[in-house]
Design a protein around this ligand. Structure first.
Ligand SMILES: Nc1ncnc2c1ncn2[C@@H]1O[C@H](COP(=O)(O)OP(=O)(O)O)[C@@H](O)[C@H]1O
Ligand SMILES: [Mg+2]
Length: 366
């Protein structure tokens, strides 16, 4: 349907019924010009119609000039034509705009219906995920605890000697694999819980920073010896207390220092340093002299299960959950994790704790 047909009364109106056009030649002329103008773009059609109206108005002026410029029926005709010059393009244009607006409105309505449907689906999926995780947590940990308990009894020969040496070594393997699996399950569940907004800080309490760091580093002693990497801890702020969930902060430290050790070649060093910030917060930097990462590799390392190809690939145990979990746990404490790295030079990962979580006696900001 052309714009003009639409404008003049819709598709149902036949041309000979409109505007009282009875003369056959005029009817054909009207229909042809309507079809041509209708086929043009809005701008083209508007220009043509305006030009026609201007020509007609000029003609009327010319006639008026000869007529002595009185308000004769001809002058009135002139006024009508001049009005049309302005009105026709405006009407045509607004008609097109209205049609487009209506089209966009119906598209918008369809889109919002689809969006509402997707939100419903996502909420349903999220609820399913939460209950799946709650069940998984129980269903996986219970048998795993049995596996760990019984294999420990066997490997340590609590109930009497195991005579076959291979059985004994299998029991040891079952135990260490079970522990590894439990660690992965715990990481996956923790990350999922944080993402679902279900991890709370209800257990947050005050604790001393230095003893906590010392005990984490003691746990990593075996790892640093295995990798031939020296760990230096320069943090000695005795009065500093953190208000946080200690289990999570321990895990963050172990993950970051563990990474620094694992991705540093033998003979390298890992440095821990801390400083009070001007805004009252506290930051702990873990700096290593390891393989380092490019910008792209850093982004990959922060995604769940993201691991980079490097000379340590395949040599170290890991699932690629350590960094994203550390970041998520720190952000849960309103903290920030930043990372800077140079390939083949080293990496520095910094944990920043907000002022609200720090209690520092006799300490001066850097
Ligand atoms: N200090 C680091 N130096 C170099 N690469 C690192 C360092 N820390 C992490 N990465 C890279 O980021 C990846 C992801 O780390 P992480 O999430 O802790 O997983 P995982 O240690 O289980 O592989 C690692 O596999 C490694 O490629
Ligand atoms: Mg790791």
């Amino acid at each position: 349907m052309s714009i003009l047909t639409e404008f003049l009364g819709g598709a149902s109106g036949r041309p000979d019924e409109r505007w009282g056009l009875k003369y056959h030649g005029l009817k054909i002329l009207w229909m042809r010009s309507e079809r041509r103008i209708g086929a043009m773009s809005t701008v083209g059609g508007t220009i043509v119609l305006s030009a026609v109206a201007v020509v007609m108005a000029s003609l009327a002026h010319l006639i008026l000039y000869f007529d002595g410029a009185k308000l004769t029926p001809l002058a009135f005709f002139n006024i009508v034509i001049e009005t049309l010059v302005v009105a026709v393009p405006l009407l045509l244009y607004s008609r097109r705009v209205i049609t487009q607006l209506e089209k966009s409105r119906s598209q918008l309505a369809t889109m919002s219906r689809r969006l509402a449907f997707s939100v419903d689906e996502a909420e349903l999926a999220n609820r399913a995920k939460s209950s799946f995780l709650a069940n998984m947590s129980h269903e996986l940990r219970t048998p795993l605890n049995a596996i760990l308990g019984f294999s420990e009894v066997m490997k340590d020969q609590h109930l009497g000697p195991v005579h076959n040496a291979r059985y004994l070594s299998y029991a040891g393997d079952i135990h260490s694999s079970g522990r590894h699996l439990l660690a992965i399950i715990n990481d996956v569940l923790d990350l999922a819980k944080i993402e679902a907004g279900k991890m709370s800080l209800d257990n947050a309490a005050k604790f001393e920073l230095v003893p906590m760091l010392d005990s984490c580093l003691a746990m990593l002693k075996g790892l640093s010896e295995k990798y031939g990497v020296t760990v230096h801890n320069e943090i000695a702020e005795d009065g500093l207390q953190l208000c946080a969930v200690e289990r999570m902060i321990r895990q963050i430290v172990i993950n970051l220092v563990g990474n620094a050790i694992k991705f540093t070649p033998p003979g390298g060093t890992v440095h821990l340093s801390g400083q009070l910030r001007g805004d009252g917060g506290y930051e702990i930097a873990v700096r290593d002299t390891g393989v380092g990462m490019s910008e792209k590799e850093m982004a990959n390392a922060l995604t769940p299960f993201g691991q980079n190809e490097n000379r340590f690939t395949g040599k170290h145990e890991g699932t690629g959950l350590g960094l994203p979990l550390a970041k998520a746990m720190l952000e849960l404490h309103e903290g920030t994790l930043t990372m800077s790295s140079v390939p083949n030079v080293g990496t520095t990962v910094t944990m920043i704790f907000p002022a609200a979580r720090i209690e520092a006696r006799d300490l001066v900001a850097a």
